[in-house]
Design a protein around this ligand. Sequence first.
Ligand SMILES: C[S@@+](CC[C@H](N)C(=O)[O-])C[C@H]1O[C@@H](n2cnc3c(N)ncnc32)[C@H](O)[C@@H]1O
Length: 264
Amino acid sequence: MLKMKTFQEYLNEFLEKFKDFSAKYDHTINHCSELEILIDDYSKFILNEKNKEVWEQLELQECRNFNQLVGDLRKKAALCVAIMEKYRALKLLSGNTESNNYFENIELCIEKEFGQFQITSESKVLLVGSGSFPMTPLLIARRTGAEVIGIDIDDEAIKFGRNVVEKLGSELNIRLEKIAVEELNVVNELTHIIFSSTVDNKYDILDQLHTLTNENIIVAMRYGDQLKSLFNFPMREVDNKKWKIVENILRPDHVFDIVLYKKA
Ligand SMILES: C[S@@+](CC[C@H](N)C(=O)[O-])C[C@H]1O[C@@H](n2cnc3c(N)ncnc32)[C@H](O)[C@@H]1O
């Protein structure tokens, strides 16, 4: 009992800190280092095997307050990751390029994103939720020569993202836009789509993409279930007349997992 209480206390503490950091963001790199440490600690908390066991016990109890806490934490953590990307962009654009573990973890994930359905120089890739520091478009475009389009709902993320791409890969075929999938004129030519794990309505967009995309499209949905759902929006059931799972790439050492869908 004591163990469970301690776990929830940790979660409450993380939530208060995330709320505090999201309120404090002022478009400068003030508080950057502290937020880096917090996100790093949170990542370690989520990957900790002992916490996994506690989570499984708590899940069995199906407590409403606990579910509410998890939902709030996930939203605030997602916001802080987006802010962390803004800090990273601001630092790069002012000449500072140091990295931290959270980003290294994500960068390692990108390598194996599409399992057997590899991206080639002929591919046309869409990233939903490209963020202020578009690591995924940069890595894909550099490694494969593919065309990459990133979309985001946040004006500042698009502005920073474009400046980061200009600085780190101006020769690459990358375009960032603040548009919705239905406004994308090449949506039917896409070969691969990636969803950022912290996009809240990613499954609604996936559903919508069924009629907009071609028959061979392959979708990589980043997600996190159980303990990882503290940091990521989880996997959801899909309409099995529209989409089918072709691979589920579980990564015990990474903050999110990836499920691949093709048309049913
Ligand atoms: C921080 S970034 C990428 C984080 C991390 N690489 C990941 O996989 O989740 C997530 C971005 O998604 C954007 N976003 C959230 N909801 C979105 C939506 N419905 N459509 C497009 N972008 C969205 C946010 O503005 C944010 O910039």
